[in-house]
Design a protein around this ligand. Structure first.
Ligand SMILES: *Cc1c(COP(=O)(O)O)cnc(C)c1O
Length: 416
């Protein structure tokens, strides 16, 4: 009897070992590809030396670098300064940036510039930060594909859902992303919403008790001063039906020094706070970004990521998988992957839906469920976030379903 049990256990072990060999083979191509994808943590040395050259150019100190106001006042907006800081830029590229910049404004923080490749014009950081001629193709897209103009029941508010809404607090950002969905709001002047407008927005929230979730965004919510954030969060905190507060910001990616101890002590006063940011490429997951994430987490903030699926930047399944795995290492939970919207001047970034599906197919089952965000297409005309999944439910009858597993096996499942 004991021998028989032992023999069966051996057979099971043999089966599991064979399966483990197959699983190892399954992940091998990714591991190979992954070696060629740079990450912010692997490039720490390179970034540090780029930081030194930029500081030398501005005749500034490390202390300046760590000061977010210094970063904002030293944003690079002039192609002639840019060419000094990125000597690999050709005169043609410089002229291109100059020309496109007259139609679509650009600005890059010294920090974000330090992540850019000097030589590779297809570098994912450069593509997000520096304008290219492709933006001038004007046969595509809308200014306001989300229909935000028609979803504002009160000043500064966008409401599209039953229980939650957005307060727009600023049109400022540390960097003007080339794929920005709100380019129409990024005019010649940077402005925070006036206090009177914020007060009107708060009045609307107070008057509508079904609003339990308020998302503060813009622009970049963390470009508000600590003082204004403190005031706004305290007002929201005092509204009994507001259960959670959220901030939308790219500061952890483009301006991580914004996350100061002072900011964190403001945020810590008003839990629960959720911050969603936008990392789009593993190169953005740097030591500084990790430091910012660590501080926010110590202040009790819960961190999530809303990536945008961008052609030539992260539409390749291996890149998106690596991005999500790098984010988990710094305790940022992948929340959404947004299909890029049809915004004027961004056609070159918009992938096909098939490409988004291919990304999702390579995530589920292949990596931690924690690294699998929801893939979203925003329905045109402000129709709302619509989740898109590869087909896993092949058919469904009264009590019988045909499922396709993550490995593509068809199996039948029956309910009682
Ligand atoms: C995206 C969005 C939200 C938040 O949506 P979640 O799916 O809850 O993250 C809220 N209001 C508006 C208008 C939005 O566009």
């Amino acid at each position: 009897m004991a021998v028989e049990i032992q023999e069966r256990a051996d057979t099971f072990r043999q089966y599991a070992l064979k399966r483990a060999v197959d699983l190892k083979k399954l992940v091998a191509p990714y591991l190979q590809a992954s070696k060629t994808i740079p990450t912010g943590l692997s490039l720490s040395e390179v970034y540090r030396s780029r930081r030194t050259s930029i500081l030398n150019y501005f005749n500034a100190t490390l202390e300046d670098w760590e000061n977010w106001h210094w970063q904002m006042t030293h944003r690079i907006t002039d192609p002639h300064v840019l060419i000094d800081l990125l000597p690999g830029l050709t005169p043609d590229q410089c002229e291109e940036i100059n020309r496109v910049g007259k139609t679509f404004r650009w600005a890059v923080s010294p920090y974000y510039l330090s992540l850019m490749s000097d030589t590779d014009s297809l570098d994912p950081i450069r593509l997000q930060g520096l304008p290219t001629l492709a933006e001038l193709a004007d046969d595509f897209g809308e200014d306001d594909p989300m229909g935000e103009k028609i979803t504002s029941p009160a000043p500064g508010i966008t409401r599209r859902y039953p229980d939650r809404l957005i307060i727009n607090v600023t049109n400022m950002c540390a960097m003007y992303c080339r794929h920005c969905q709100r380019r129409r709001n990024i005019g010649e002047t940077d402005t925070h919403s006036p206090r009177t407008q914020l007060k009107a927005a708060l009045d609307y929230i107070r008057a509508n008790p079904e609003i339990r979730d308020v998302l503060i965004t813009g622009g970049d919510a963390l470009l508000l001063s600590d003082l204004t954030l403190d005031w706004l969060l305290s007002e929201l905190h005092a509204i009994p039906h507001v259960e959670i507060k959220r901030l939308g910001t790219r500061a952890p990616v483009t301006l991580p020094m914004r996350v100061t101890d002072e900011l964190c002590s403001v945020l810590a006063k008003y839990p629960p706070i959720y911050i969603n940011t936008q990392f789009n490429h593993p190169k953005e997951v740097t030591e500084d970004a990790k430091k910012a994430a660590d501080k926010l987490i110590s202040a009790g903030v819960v961190l999530g990521n809303q990536a945008v699926l961008l052609k030539g930047i992260n539409h390749q399944p291996e890149v998106m998988k690596k991005l999500n795995q790098e984010l988990l290492k710094i305790r940022v939970r992948p929340y959404y992957i947004f299909h890029a919207k049809n915004v004027k001047g961004t056609r070159h970034f918009v992938p096909r839906v098939q490409e988004g599906l291919a990304v999702m197919e390579q995530l589920r089952g292949h990596t931690s469920g924690l690294a699998v965000p929801t893939y979203i297409i925003n329905a045109p005309k402000g129709g709302g976030k619509t989740p898109i999944l590869p087909q896993y439910l092949m058919s469904l009858d009264e009590n019988k379903a045909i499922l396709r597993t993550w490995e593509g096996k068809l199996v039948q499942y029956e309910t009682p």
